[in-house]
Design a binder for this molecule. Structure first.
Ligand SMILES: [Mg+2]
Length: 215
């Protein structure tokens, strides 16, 4: 695939693709269990177990990504709590360069994310992310997670495209599979979504660590 020649529409995941997943990993795996333990007076071990088992129940569904769902389920104000570690919200290494290059090449840039609108707002405040793209579509507006075909048929309609001149980049192999089923012509994985964790090779898709490998 040649970006200059074969692609008009670039579809991009946000967390773990454009932004360092470290913020989200830290937030959900450390800060949320810690706060749960404080508020509900349990040990950190117990709190971690409860949070993880609740996560398992809704993995891959819209609830998994919904701050209102977690605020109710865990009795913690997730909308407030997300601000506590907002200094960890960072671009991945060469994202800004990539977004500017895409703009110079006159590509249409659309973020497709499972992030809750409240999280998108905070991440935009920290990075001005939205000023670099044409549009953001959150699965919460559509009512289906990116893992589901309902999401992709709604996006297809909204963008008025058949995805034949599109590339979609995401750090989740499961979501790449869903995009492939929906007919997105070109797919690419991110194999180092979290700067603090080792790279993860993808089984079924080509994957890159930095965007400059794309060219
Ligand atoms: Mg992601």
């Amino acid at each position: 695939m040649l970006l200059e020649k074969d692609i008009d529409l670039v579809l991009l995941d946000m967390d773990g693709t454009l932004l360092d997943l470290h913020y989200d990993s830290y937030f959900w795996m450390e800060l949320v269990p810690e706060q749960y333990a404080n508020i509900h007076r349990t040990s950190l071990e117990q709190a971690t177990e409860i949070v993880f088992s609740e996560c398992k129940k809704v993995s891959g569904t819209l609830s998994w990504y919904c701050y209102d769902y977690w605020t109710n389920t865990l009795g913690l104000d997730i909308h407030q709590l997300q601000h506590q570690c907002k200094d960890k919200i960072q671009w991945r290494e060469d994202t800004l360069w990539f977004l500017k290059t895409l703009k110079e090449l006159n590509k249409k840039i659309v973020i497709l994310t499972n992030a809750h609108p409240s999280g998108i707002k905070l991440k935009d405040q920290q990075t001005q992310l939205l000023s670099y793209v044409d549009l953001v579509i959150s699965s919460h507006e559509i009512g289906h997670a990116k893992e589901s075909q309902g999401f992709w048929s709604a996006v297809k309609k909204q963008l008025n495209t058949d995805f034949s001149r599109s590339v979609f980049i995401d750090d989740s192999e499961k979501i790449l599979v869903a995009a492939e089923s929906a007919g997105v012509e070109h797919l690419m994985g991110i194999n180092k979504p979290d700067s603090k964790k080792p790279a993860q090779l993808m089984q079924g898709f080509s994957s890159i660590c930095q965007f400059n490998e794309f060219f």
